[in-house]
Design a protein around this ligand. Sequence first.
Ligand code: DAV
Length: 410
Amino acid sequence: MSISNDFYPNASLPLERKESGVPYVRPGLHVESYNDFDPLRHVIVGIADNQHIPEACPASNEKIPANSPMRGSKAGRRTQESIDRANECLNGFAQILENRGIIVDRPGAVDWHNSINTPDFSISSGFGCMPPRDCLLTMGKSMLMAPMSFRSRYFEYLAYTDLLREYFESDQQCMIEQAPRPRLSDDSFRMDYVAAYEYLSDEETMARSLNKEYSTRETDILFDAADVMRLGKDIFVQHGLTTNLAGIHWIKRKYEPMGYRIHTLSFADNHPIHIDATFCPLRPGLMLLNPHRPLFAGQREIFEKNDWQIVEAVKPAWDNPPPLCYSSTWLSMNTLIIDHKTVCVEASEKAQMEQFDKLGFNVIPVDLRDAYAFGGGLHCATADVWREGKCEDYFPNQFSGSHNIEHWEY
Ligand code: DAV
């Protein structure tokens, strides 16, 4: 039974369905996207309604500092005041997109307050659905629900099942898919690593990261959709906290027969989680790189040999993220590209806006910082449904090298 929308004033209403349960067709609806920069026509924007700070779990411990109140003392529903303010930001963002003629959908209501119990684990609450980017991977005409590693996010896809069902009914070529569900039992994690993690220095966590050792093991197939960077025929996946090698193998085996080429990317980053505040495509031929997270040796080559330019992002405006936030200040470079000349940037990031201006973009400032704590920035807060444009080959000069997964096997 679907839950009441009372706790979820910003969620989409339950679908209108025929007697049989089939949803009505939404005329003109189209699902298709191959990259992050072609003209945006339809997008999902997250909501902050009823969001919880979940209790710590093995995968989240690696990201959340040991002294953070998010490890335990602040677990529970976020304050109503912070939820309302985040929704004000997210609704403002949605309005800006709608004013430009972009169709905006919102996730549906799911009770995040309920505990999650599976045969393999229990956790006292869910999380929320502010960052749809982590959960939904749009690959051409397919939308895939990703196998995420945080226990609290195990059922997050439920916020999208109604929308996806409607897309499936409305666009006869659209495919809705789900990756294998992980177990997320203690066997899925290096529990000794999780326990030791809080006593490690930054140098030690960096050494582990450079050695490709994370708290996730290779037991489950794991990836967050936000670790996948889509550039037409070429798909780049980051191996890190939220995506393991089995996840990358699965992506390879699934999408390569469809004509995509899958590459891995890694950066000198002690908490590699999601690629979208690290290395971001801006338009064909142009990438924005986080200067604190350099690409590993040899990994620039595929970009350089195909005449892509890599520019370093300017320093973020803030020295610290807002309170109770999972992400770093580099959400400054987590933007939403509307088309090859237009970008939405967080309104307080003046230097980042200037950099985009100099790169030839029209910049739309969007007030979103007070929603950061709910799961990220402008890119995180969205998931593509439709961008105009086809699956282009931006990397015709292919060669085998350090971006191949074999390079990272251990
Ligand atoms: O820099 O903390 C945030 C990415 C969220 N999708 C960071 C990564």
